[in-house]
Design a binder for this molecule. Sequence first.
Ligand code: NAD
Length: 336
Amino acid sequence: MRTALVTGSAGFIGFHLCQRLLGTGYKVIGLDALTDYYDVALKARRQGILSKSEHFSAINERIEIPGHLTALMAEHRPDIIVHLAAQAGVRYSIDNPRSYLDSNIAGTFELLEAARKTPPQHLLIASTSSVFGANTALPYAETDKADLQMSFYAATKKATEAMAHSYAHLYDIPTTMFRFFTVYGPWGRPDMALFKFTRAILEGRPIDVYNHGDMRRDFTYIDDLVEGICLLIDAVPKRPNDGQVEPGDSLSPVAPWRVVNIGNSNAVQLTDFIDAIEAAIGKPAQRNLLPMQPGDVPATWADASLLNRLTGYQPRTDIRHGVAKFVAWYRDYYGV
Ligand code: NAD
């Protein structure tokens, strides 16, 4: 039985990934501090569901505590690590940058140190479409320039990419960085638009629509995302032999490392997204049109052709279907 260490296991994506890994024969060690960035009860519920499996063990600790991850990895010797624990959210980073420094920079450093001392067969780390910044043309390909981040959240994620590349090169740790694009679905995050809009519409409150609705996001349904992660787990990057890489492969010329977009390859207008929520709920939204928020970008759009080429990945869920699944989950979970 293969062992996976998943950090951020009680989070939105971690919960779904752990379920999938447990269902495909992995033993999973889930590490999550159940931080209070959003509803801790929701995280505890997710962890409670995972804990019903005899092959799941939960450890509720902060990743950045010096030496803890190193001791944990030395004890359990996981075959793969999927590092999802992070302080997420673009807007929260405007007033709370230290939280990002602690969880994303110091936390990822501790993880890399642990991987150096007990190397896994494959280390996979979550980055974000937000690393593409002020100077990137749409759609975003992995090889596009991504050097002018718009938020401190994005800056810390870009820094983790650089840190991970150096460790992959120096210590020969096969490493994949994922760049996720606005993930949504059942058990989703209360700080994200779909959750906030659904709650507000059901409660008859207005929704805040930034940039007057002129925004586009490449929304990725959670099951598609988890499928992409699982396909990549088995696509272990190798160190290039002769310093040559295929053009556009986003492989490092020196390290067993790659960065891969996981997205839907389809930028949806915010107004169409809201229409889909209204249709799923059966009630119109009161739209409070506001200017652009600092730190945000007007559009994201994934070029997911590298992922497709590496694994055959194809996203399956369109926005209306995915939003309807979220709304059904929300109504059931909250009994509304
Ligand atoms: P989430 O907030 O639901 O999950 C993150 C989990 O990490 C939480 O359960 C939290 O308690 C835990 N955590 C945070 N800091 C920690 C620390 N210092 N020590 C231990 N545990 C800690 O977020 P998510 O949406 O599941 O995101 C997972 C990963 O994917 C994150 O790295 C995030 O930046 C990245 N990402 C997510 C999206 C998205 O749309 N959801 C998009 C791009 C990137």
